[in-house]
Design a protein around this ligand. Sequence first.
Ligand code: SF4
Length: 530
Amino acid sequence: MSRGGGYRIVLTADRTLMSEYHGGIFLGFSACVPKGLIPDWVYFSVFCPPVKAGPDGSAEAAPYGTRKIEAALLKYGFRRDEVIVAHPEHLDRVIGPETRVLGITENDPLGIGPATSTFTSLLGGEAYMAVKFRELLNHPSVRRYRPRIIVGGPGAWQLVGEPQRRLGIDCVVLGEGERVVGPLFEKAIRGEPLPSVVHGEPVPVEEIPIIRGATIDGLVEIARGCGRGCRFCEPTLQRYRALPIPHILKEVEVNVRHGRRNPLLHAEDVLRYGAKKPWEVDVEAVVNLFKAVKSVPGVDGVGLSHFALASVASAPEAVEGISKVEGIGESDRFLSGQTGIETGSPRLMRRLMAGKCLPFKPEDWPDVVERAFGILEENGWIPVSTLIVGLPGETEEDVCLTIDLVERLRTYRSLIVPLFLVSMGGLKDKTRSFTYEDLTQRHSELILKCWRHNLDWAPSLIETWSRQCIKNGMARRGIKLVFSYGIRVTKRLLEECAENYGYDIKAMRENYQRRGLGSRLIQALRVVAP
Ligand code: SF4
């Protein structure tokens, strides 16, 4: 159908989610930093280049969640020519008078997720994700043809209530979407009233459809849920389900057909693939999975999204086995993934995240983290780890214990990203989010020591990663240039804050503002935000 009239159902995501970030897990964080740190054209051409668009306005690759919704709608009975996964920069080619529904996938539509709120609290301004989400809603074609707007994805919770009314969003889908989107989109097409919020329950494995098109960075889901039971976790993550290998391989093949030859396996903890209990690792199952994916014709290498440090420490053979399958150590190739340290305080681990330590005890957590970092380093893995600042009930002593742990990790090649607590998931309505006003001198010390750790490792990480991932020589040189300037400036600022202000970010910022140097500080920081 052309598309003068538009597609009946248009699925898309904001522009920051429609980039493969040169395959760099590190660069994905850049969408959380405020607009204006560097010129937009540099950011969107060098750091966050768009996926390709087809002549019909389709996106060559899309977020995994968008692809699942596309597959679920086709399985429900909508025709192929009714549904398009569209490029956000070409909505004028796909939205027209026949368009009835615009379905949007969002990770952080208001820019209040943990990473975004941390960066914007410290640096001011509004995150690209929020800016680009609003741009989608205000696109001239959306305003002109007024399709019903349905938003889902990990950040959809932010919209419930006042934001939804203010932004003119017809329905927000929370949780897993596959079972609910068919009837919901049908109602929307018929012009029937829509519930303002729909809750999607965990979907049984046999009902999860296979994706029909390429995903960003070739991401393929291997399991859903977690089951470790942390108090601040999303309820939908409580039920663990592993997808069977044939299902996973079909999705890998879809991606390979579209040129994604390095599939990225996704789960809350990839190492626990196929395990029976939340604290076990089935070494054979996970290594066999990597072998099976690696043997798909056309696959060059296999990556992973997330893993748990407790799994690494309890089953180093799984890490060794995967590295062997991937040939890590035979070249300068490395594996990387996101993981959670969260705190160095055994007391807080026991209170809030006892399941995260299993099979170890909360008292052993700092040792477990260091042992895991050692195992990862020996096997050529680079952890991109997070810490949570402002956990409920946190005392100065807890922050000091976390600082001690960061110092113990100094010699391990890694990134440590401190994030402000956001009251969401299991903590929503039970505690309030941490803000800049809550920042104590000890918190500042922790944040600056994490940044110091990252800056010490950044040159070697950027070198290795850019050689492995960025094929375009000009983009590689551009990114390295911006980073090396940023690293130099930030190191100077960190030294000044440590030596002259005793690590007190607030005192330094206030003094700069009093002396009329605010803009210098902000400008310097604005160049260097990760
Ligand atoms: S380990 Fe992570 S995913 Fe699992 S329950 Fe805890 S916070 Fe949730």
